[in-house]
Design a protein around this ligand. Structure first.
Ligand SMILES: Cc1cc2nc3c(=O)[nH]c(=O)nc-3n(C[C@H](O)[C@H](O)[C@H](O)COP(=O)(O)OP(=O)(O)OC[C@H]3O[C@@H](n4cnc5c(N)ncnc54)[C@H](O)[C@@H]3O)c2cc1C
Ligand code: SF4
Length: 573
């Protein structure tokens, strides 16, 4: 490898996914000439959605479930159950980007411009002070340096731009936002909602809060319910970097986007005692480049950003930038899920639904709302449920006794209603859940991450309650043949850490550089012109989907960065 010419920008953003797109938009709109480095290939909005609206019979393997045997180069990605022939080309090649699992950990990643913003499920929930104060209250992890009031205006700012549809509920644990009109529950979901809310006063069943438009914004159209969002959306009806933030950044004329650019480490100037740039590999040529900037935003996804920090080793920071805190690469979290219940909804056989609504129902957290052990449970924190009701399709014929014409006739009509609800639970920040550098390297000489993450007693105790409460709610609502499920298998795959694709922590925010990597504005204590605004920064995990919080933190940090730069505080010669 050799170094090419020196390039300079005002800002460099690493990664172009959910948080990188936001950093690019905010920094360029505030006047900074910004370079976005993305390790994956380019995906152009509309033109590169090559499988959009392609029917199953024209897809490889008729779009049936794919397996690692079919695509060994994506064996890890396929574990996640979200990969199919229609979206496989957005996910990463696992052979090119390996990692080491000291315990089962499924690391699901995109490897394209836009990152996982093209693939995500779009569920958007604000955090509340129940979450920001959780560590302080029950003593797990360190206190967050911010509170809901610090981030609330930024949630509003983000929601107005990306478009979030949902129902206002007035719940303190799940603050309302600037919502577009909600999507509608179907008849089965309304049945369950009435039953649950009658039997459990205080619990709510609502439509998911989703970054899918029910009203147009600019040239982005309202959703037409085609239902294959993870293939890309030409009408821009869901939030992705392609539909939303990158076009805004390009419109300023100040954005340079460089795909095939894998960041190796940050350049630390020992004399200036700060980071001055970024070292990256052009993955097409193998050449190493250096680029210099006053401000750097690491948005390479939680573990991607931490890997860059860990690989930035200097004489003063032998364990990586931020490593002196003892927190870098530690306190890894994910939500634990794949536990809940399902059952049959009686009747409603004259009711059906239209289109393929890209959204489900949500049951907000109801456990431990007033603090630790307020419900006298054997766990702290809480969980929410996501799910949906639908009528069984023709594939139910596999289990039917009829044959021939009789069977065909029986399958012409939709089957009975069923509902399934699964829980998403908070995971505690534990020091021994780690992602650290190993001695092995990838083909470009970058040390691989070795990930060692397991669920603890709090998560297991919570899972028992998650399954039990799911069943109790469905039964109380009048569902029949209710059964519970829990896919966790000790030492194996099924509900292992990482699978929920909400990996968080490993470069947490805090109030003290001796136990945190970042301050309250996402600045690396050891070099305040470096900001980490993806999931790496999270000090706890809440139980709600995290990405809108990364977006709000990114917009807030970018605003702070540009103002601090103007005041001459960020970079001193
Ligand atoms: C199927 C699925 C469903 C999901 N559903 C939801 C949901 O409903 N709600 C929710 O909140 N979240 C959801 N998520 C999670 C969500 O996608 C992530 O939280 C979010 O994308 C994280 O944003 P990010 O910017 O940190 O990372 P990403 O969006 O993954 O972007 C990171 C980018 O950085 C690039 N990169 C990595 N390393 C380097 C490097 N060294 N140099 C250069 N570039 C690099 C990657 O290629 C990638 O493009 C879901 C994810 C998936 C896959
Ligand atoms: S369901 Fe809606 S958001 Fe999803 S791809 Fe279709 S139009 Fe776009």
């Amino acid at each position: 490898m050799f170094y090419l010419q020196r390039e300079e920008y005002d800002a460099v953003v690493v990664g172009s996914g959910v948080s990188g797109g936001w950093a690019a938009k905010e920094l360029t709109e505030k006047g900074l000439r910004t370079l976005v480095l993305e390790r994956g290939r380019n995906v152009e909005h509309q033109k590169d959605y090559i499988t959009e609206h392609v029917p199953p019979w024209d897809m490889p393997y008729r779009n049936r479930r794919i397996t690692p045997e079919m695509y060994p180069e994506q064996a890890v990605q396929i574990r996640g159950n979200t990969v199919d022939s229609g979206n496989r080309h957005f996910y990463q090649n696992d052979k090119r980007h390996p990692y080491i699992e000291a315990a089962p950990f499924t690391w699901v990643q995109a490897e394209v411009v836009g990152g996982r913003s093209l693939l995500w499920g779009r569920q958007c929930y604000r955090w509340s002070d129940l979450d920001f104060e959780a560590n302080l209250r029950d003593g797990h992890g360190i206190d967050w340096p911010i509170r809901y009031a610090d981030i609330a205006p930024w949630y509003s700012y983000v929601e107005r731009f990306i478009g979030v549809s949902g129902e206002r509920l007035g719940l303190p644990q799940l603050p309302d936002g600037e919502f577009q009109p909600p999507m509608e529950l179907n008849a089965g979901e309304k049945f369950v909602k009435e039953g649950v809310e009658r039997a459990f006063p205080g619990r709510k069943v609502t439509i998911g809060r989703s970054a899918v438009l029910t009203r147009p914004i600019g040239n982005r159209a309202a959703c037409h319910y085609c239902g294959e969002c993870s293939r890309g959306c030409s009408t821009g009806s869901y939030f992705s970097s392609q539909s939303s933030t990158l076009p805004a950044a390009f419109a300023t004329g100040r954005l340079t986007l460089r795909p095939h650019s894998l960041v190796h480490s940050l350049i630390f100037d020992e004399d200036l005692n700060r980071v001055t740039g970024v070292r990256f590999v052009d993955t097409e040529t193998g050449d190493m480049h250096e680029v210099y900037a006053q401000v750097i935003f690491l948005c390479a996804s939680a573990l991607g950003s931490t890997r860059v920090l860990l690989n930035t080793r200097t004489s003063e920071h032998p364990d990586g930038l931020g490593g002196n805190s003892g927190a870098l690469g530690r306190y890894l979290m994910d939500h634990h899920f794949r536990v809940g219940a399902s059952g049959e909804i009686p009747g409603l056989l004259d009711r059906y639904y239209e289109g393929r609504r890209p959204n489900g129902i949500y049951i907000p957290r109801f456990r431990n709302l007033a603090g630790p052990d307020s419900d006298r449970l054997d766990f702290v924190r809480g969980y929410g449920y996501q799910g949906s009701a639908s009528r069984a399709g023709w594939s139910r014929g596999a289990g039917m006794a009829e044959l021939g014409a009789e069977l065909k006739q029986a399958l012409r009509d939709p089957g009975p209603w069923r509902i399934s609800i699964g829980s998403w639970g908070e995971c505690l920040p534990r020091e021994d859940n780690t992602a650290l550098l190993s001695d092995k390297t990838d083909q470009w000489g970058i040390p691989l991450l070795e990930i060692n993450c397991t669920w603890g007693p709090n998560e297991f105790a919570m899972r028992r309650d998650m399954a039990q409460q799911a069943a109790e709610m469905l039964e109380a609502a009048g569902c029949r043949n209710v059964t519970t499920f829990d896919n966790f298998e000790d030492g194996s795959y099924g509900a292992e850490p990482g699978l929920c694709i909400h990996e968080m922590g490993t470069a947490r925010m805090g109030r003290d550089p001796s136990n945190s990597v970042l301050n309250g504005y996402n600045q690396v204590w050891a070099s305040p012109n470096v900001f980490v605004t993806d999931g790496a920064c999270m000090t706890s995990s809440s139980c709600v989907n995290p990405s809108i919080t990364y977006m709000a933190l990114t917009a807030r940090a970018a605003d702070y960065a540009v103002n601090a730069l103007k005041r001459g505080e960020l970079v001193k010669a």
